[in-house]
Design a protein around this ligand. Structure first.
Ligand SMILES: [Zn+2]
Length: 373
């Protein structure tokens, strides 16, 4: 990953590059962005830049030995720790990052903006709760104590340190504060409120904003080959969350809109017979369509909220959708939208964890029906 592979965010890139040029690289940094943000890609690009043999003015060279190893995620001095859980083949003390390295490389190469649920699916974690264990912390210390290295710096990237429990977090406090010579910790975090203050206080925080609409469009068009019109709409709907945009790409927008509208009508009129029927259809439609419909629901809620707040100039929806939002926002309040968002996020979480889709959808519909009217 090079800086140029990440659209925009120039101010953050400049800040990171300048620190390297000034020889002022903080030894423990917290890359903080919301879900679907660029914190992990930026950490990867930064790790490449730090060890690049012929760095350019604004990026790594992309062709030296160090860069080409980083490109394949096989640089011996760039270490990774990430949340994992036991699988069919890996259990007990073996549940540590190094035993999932192949899956991790594939995951980073395919989708460096992916979330923890997608990662869990990718390594086959089934329904178990992932974490970063105390054993993992022991491994961090062990891996960093190995002397030989070929790069200028050793970099330890800890993805989602919020998945460390108290014991595992405490176990790395000392090394985080006084790392071995030329060692840099990059903690890549989505939710700093979940971190122990002792961890937070030992890191320099690098806040990374979400992509703006133009940056998101650029990424969708150039890297995901979405056409310009669709990219503009998706960028707007996803509101800076690339993860969400990718889910929306998978579904057809017209289908989503028709389905969502019919669904809300059923909830509003308490039409339970047809709701059961729709739950069955939802069940049969498969994961991609299910996720896409629910994500679409979230984006429609955001539009309703804007409409409720009278900020109609901020939303750029047209035609059928605009009419729908106009009517829908009349029955929505801020509390209802928040409630709706929480319910949908819960449903998405359960679906990712292989909950029964029919039951999940039916439960969701009943709860929406209860408060929507
Ligand atoms: Zn290079």
């Amino acid at each position: 990953m090079l800086f140029k592979d990440i659209p925009g965010l120039e101010e953050i890139k400049t800040q990171l590059i300048q620190a390297v040029k000034n020889n002022q690289i903080a030894h423990a940094q917290l890359f903080l962005s919301k879900n679907g943000g660029a914190n992990l890609p930026l950490a990867l690009a930064y790790a490449s830049y730090i060890n690049c043999e012929q760095p350019l003015e604004n990026d790594s060279c992309g062709s030296c030995a160090s860069c080409s190893k980083n490109d394949k995620i096989i640089h011996p001095d760039v270490h990774f720790v990430y949340p994992v859980s036991s699988t069919k083949n890996i259990t007990g003390k073996d549940v540590i990052s190094t035993n999932f390295l192949k899956e991790w490389r594939d995951f980073l190469l395919n989708n460096p903006y992916g979330n923890v649920n997608q990662w869990t699916m990718a390594f086959g974690g089934e329904n178990k709760q992932v974490n970063i264990s105390k054993e993992e912390s022991r491994q961090i210390i062990k891996r960093l104590s190995l002397k030989a290295f070929e790069g200028k710096y050793k970099v330890m990237i800890i993805w989602l340190p919020e998945y460390m429990n108290g014991a595992s977090a405490n176990a790395i406090l000392k090394i985080l504060e006084e790392p071995p010579e030329r060692t840099i910790f990059l903690l890549v975090c989505n939710d700093d409120e979940q971190l122990l203050t002792t961890i937070l206080s030992r890191t320099q925080i690098v806040k990374i904003r979400q992509f703006d609409d133009n940056e998101m469009m650029q990424l969708l068009i150039e890297q995901l080959e979405v056409d310009a019109t669709k990219a503009e709409r998706l960028a707007h709907l996803a509101d800076g969350d690339l993860d969400e945009a990718m889910i929306l790409i998978e579904g057809s927008e017209e289908d989503n809109h028709d389905l969502f509208r019919s669904w809300m009508r059923l909830c509003f009129t308490h039409d339970f017979t047809n709701m059961v029927e729709m739950a069955e259809t939802f069940h049969k439609s498969g994961k991609v369509v299910q996720r896409s419909l629910l994500q679409y629901g979230l984006s429609m809620m955001r539009e309703s909220l804007l409409a409720t707040a009278g900020a109609t100039e901020m939303h750029r929806i047209q035609g059928e959708e605009e009419k729908f939002i106009e009517n829908f926002s009349k029955v929505m309040t801020f509390e209802k939208v928040e409630n709706f968002n929480n319910l949908i996020n819960d449903a998405l979480y359960h679906l990712e964890r292989n909950a029964n889709a029919k039951i999940t959808f039916m439960n969701l519909s009943l709860q929406i029906a209860r408060f929507i009217k």
